[in-house]
Every structure is written in structure tokens, then in C-alpha cells.
Design a protein around this ligand. Structure first.
Ligand code: SAH
Length: 410
């Protein structure tokens, strides 16, 4: 990568940032599709026609990544509403009523939400039932200032392909009076719920979930199906929130890996093992690495459940693990990587080179950090061959991409 290119890239990042304020993010309809969209702030593009949203995201990716390689046309959704399979509601008390919803951005001001345009509708319905049940069960919502009360949040995950539903009740203390009756009544109102978990989060923290959990009903996790494989998902494991688009993204990622059955593949930041397990049938061996212990546990079970025996998972920091692999003289033909929005590290990328990877498939939900990392890859001898863009978050400004890099001939 030349200095000229990096200067171009910096300008691109700046421009995208500047443009954002000028873009018609706000209502273009006479009334918004959502009565609380301004206060909530979660859906910056909700009232922009969907075609325009896609065009805007495509332009942004072109500006940010177009100097590295070709940016392919964005893949949008047929129905861009109610796509989120994970719904989270904060519980509180306002004017003598139980309310649930979201905190206004950067505040602890609770905005009541009864129906959200991007969340799974069934999950919103269950949250409504819980809201109505609290009074008759005399369960108080947690008050952050006084520290009194029990219920802090409700998290619901639904497997769109299996219809399994997990309800996680996040409480401030382990003592949950009349919990058996509560669970019974909730199941009676919603027989479609397949598991209910109590998660205890007693800390004064902005994290939603605590460390401790009790299963109140069912198996404590749900399963979903993606790309023909079945995945177990527990409350604290990462799972793509838009499975319809995730399926397209993973298909592309595995296709780009160019597997023939002979390759050793490293799946870094592997979560519950999704991409590695889907790729394993076409590879000789897959190694998955992931920091979250629960996710690794899910990944091991997922490999077993899908009868995949050529995959191993390690609970470790991806950079530390890859650097150690390189020090040990291990080699990998393909590296699949899917880091969080903060991206990867130069040390990790150096280790990719040291294990002599020929191909890298980089899945990213943070295009700015992808651009930063592509620059490092370029410096270390990897050429970006293309970026494919997926609209994983309609109505929201985030974008998901998958990039292919190959080692330059030396
Ligand atoms: N590939 C998976 C998960 C992607 S999300 C999927 O498609 O579902 C990113 C994952 O990286 C999360 O599971 C997170 O726990 C994990 N992670 C975050 N920081 C990490 C690190 N330093 N080393 C390894 N894994 C990490």
C-alpha cells in the first residue's frame, strides 16, 4: 500500500463521518414508522426508503474500502423489518406503572417501547406479557439509584428456523420469590417458550448479563439452523442478530475460502463455531479460537451435534493464540477471521503471515477498523481481492462485510 492510498483512505473515513450529519437520516415520511425513534436513536435510517438506505451504505463502503479493491453490490433484505432474533428490554417504573424499553442514548432515561420495527414481534409480545405479570406477582423492577427491586432486564432469543425461544430474566439478586408460579404463568401465556433462564446481575454495571445463571425451565439454550448446520446458542454467546442475512454472509465466506478438502483452516474469533463448522466439511482440519468460555462450550457441542470431527476449539485470545501457533512453527492454509467491531491487531496479522496463510477471509461489522487492518495486511504482503457487503442491520447505520485477501507472490 502506498502513502497516497493511505492518505486517500484517511480522507474517505473523514468524509463518511462528515456526510453522516448531512444525510437525510430523519423522517422523510409525514410521520415516523416508530413513535419513539428520535428518543431511542437506535434506527438512524428507519424513515429512509429501503432502496435509499442500501444506496447510501454502498456509497459509504465504496468511499471507505474502494481504494483497496472492488466493492461488490450490497445484498439487501426482501423484508427489512422485524429481523432481530435477539431482543433486550430494560425494566423500570414510571408514574406508578411498570415500563420496559431502552435507555435514551448516553443517558439512563428509560424510553418505553412496546413494539419495535426491527425486533422479532413474538419477542416483543412476550416482553409485554412479562410487563403485565409483574404487578400481580408483586415483583418490583430494579431501581439503579436506590438499589431496591428485583427485575433489571429481559432478554429474548428466538431461533427463526427452529422456533425455539429463550427468555432470560436478569435479576439483581438470586432470591426470586414465587419464581415457580411466575414461570408456570409465563409458560401458560406463551407455550411457545422453550426455555427460561434467570441470570443474576447484582453489580452497578452497564453490562446486561451477569456471570451466574439458573435454568428455571427447559435446557437453558436454544438451537437454530444456519447453512444446513444446527447451532446451540446460550444466553451469553454471540450469535448474529439477523440470521436471514447471516446465512448469505457465511455462504459467501466459505465460498471465498476456496476449500478443496486438503486445507488446514483457522477460524479466529469463532464464537459458537458457526463459520468453522460450516467450512469443516470442505476442509482437512479446522481450528477455532474464541475468548468467551460459554461460546467455546457451545462450539464444542455444536461440532458434536453436527457430527463434525475434524475441528478443535481453544478458549484463548485470538492474537495470543495465533502468535503462539506461529512461534511453534505451525502452518494454516486459510484464516477465517470475524473480530468484534474494534477489529484485529497488527500482531495477529503478523502471525497470519508467519503461519504462511495463503488466503484470509475477513468478516467485519466495523468497516473503519477493516480499512485500518487491510492497510496492515497490505504492508505485510496480502492483497485485498474484493469486499462483499451485506445489509445485516436495515434501518441502522451499521454494515457487515466480508473481504478476501490473498498472499502476494514473493
Ligand atoms: N464468528 C462468530 C462470532 C463473531 S463475533 C459468528 O459468526 O457467530 C466476535 C467473537 O469474537 C465473539 O464471540 C467474541 O467473544 C470474540 N472475541 C472478542 N475478542 C476476542 C479476542 N481477543 N480473542 C478471541 N475472541 C474474541
Amino acid at each position: 500500500m502506498t502513502d497516497k492510498n493511505s492518505a486517500k483512505e484517511r480522507t474517505a473515513i473523514k468524509r463518511t463521518g462528515n456526510n453522516r450529519k448531512k444525510e437525510p437520516e430523519q423522517a422523510e415520511r409525514n410521520s415516523s414508522l416508530c413513535p419513539v425513534s428520535k428518543l431511542c436513536g437506535g434506527c438512524q435510517y428507519l424513515d429512509m426508503p429501503y432502496e435509499r438506505q442500501l444506496k447510501l451504505k454502498q456509497q459509504q463502503m465504496q468511499k471507505l474500502l474502494g481504494s483497496f479493491c472492488k466493492v461488490y453490490p450490497i445484498a439487501g433484505m426482501e423484508n427489512p423489518f422485524h429481523y432481530r432474533n435477539k431482543v433486550h428490554a430494560v425494566f423500570g417504573w414510571k408514574k406508578g406503572e411498570v415500563v420496559s424499553g431502552v435507555y435514551q442514548e448516553n443517558t439512563h432515561n428509560l424510553i418505553p417501547v412496546e413494539r419495535c420495527m426491527i425486533e422479532d414481534e413474538k419477542s416483543d409480545e412476550i416482553i409485554g406479557t412479562i410487563r403485565n405479570m409483574l404487578k400481580s406477582f408483586k415483583i418490583r423492577t430494579y431501581d439503579e439509584d436506590s438499589g431496591y427491586g428485583l427485575l433489571r432486564h429481559v432478554l429474548i432469543r428466538r431461533g427463526f428456523a427452529t422456533n425455539e425461544i429463550m427468555v432470560v430474566l436478569i435479576t439483581a439478586s438470586p432470591v426470586f420469590p414465587s419464581k415457580n408460579h411466575f414461570v408456570q404463568a409465563l409458560r401458560k401465556a406463551h407455550p411457545e417458550i422453550t426455555t427460561i433462564v434467570q441470570n443474576i446481575n447484582g453489580r452497578g454495571t452497564s453490562m446486561v448479563l451477569g456471570e451466574k445463571e439458573h435454568i428455571l425451565y427447559g435446557k437453558g439454550a436454544i438451537e437454530d439452523i444456519l447453512c444446513g448446520c444446527r447451532f446451540r446458542i446460550s444466553s451469553r454467546s454471540f450469535y448474529q442478530v439477523n440470521p436471514v442475512q447471516a446465512e448469505k454472509l457465511y455462504d459467501k465466506a466459505v465460498e471465498l475460502a476456496g476449500l478443496t478438502g486438503k486445507e488446514v483452516v483457522l477460524d479466529a474469533y469463532c464464537g459458537i463455531g458457526t463459520i468453522g463448522i460450516i467450512a469443516a466439511r470442505k476442509a482437512k482440519q479446522v481450528i477455532g479460537v474464541e475468548l468467551n468460555r460459554d461460546a467455546v462450550r457451545d462450539a464444542i457441542q455444536n461440532a458434536k451435534g453436527n457430527r463434525i470431527s475434524n475441528i478443535r476449539f481453544y478458549c484463548n485470545d485470538a492474537t495470543r493464540f495465533m502468535s503462539q501457533m506461529a512461534k511453534d512453527g505451525a502452518e494454516a492454509d486459510v484464516v477465517l477471521m470475524d473480530p468484534p467491531r474494534a477489529g484485529s491487531t497488527e500482531e495477529f496479522i503478523r502471525a497470519v503471515k508467519a503461519v504462511r496463510a495463503k488466503r484470509v477471509v475477513y468478516v467485519s461489522c466495523g468497516p473503519e477498523t477493516l480499512a485500518r487492518d487491510l492497510k496492515v495486511f497490505g504492508k505485510l504482503g496480502y492483497q485485498a481481492c474484493g469486499v462483499w457487503v451485506y445489509d445485516m442491520f436495515p434501518a441502522v447505520r451499521h454494515v457487515e462485510t466480508v473481504a478476501l485477501l490473498t498472499r502476494k507472490a514473493q
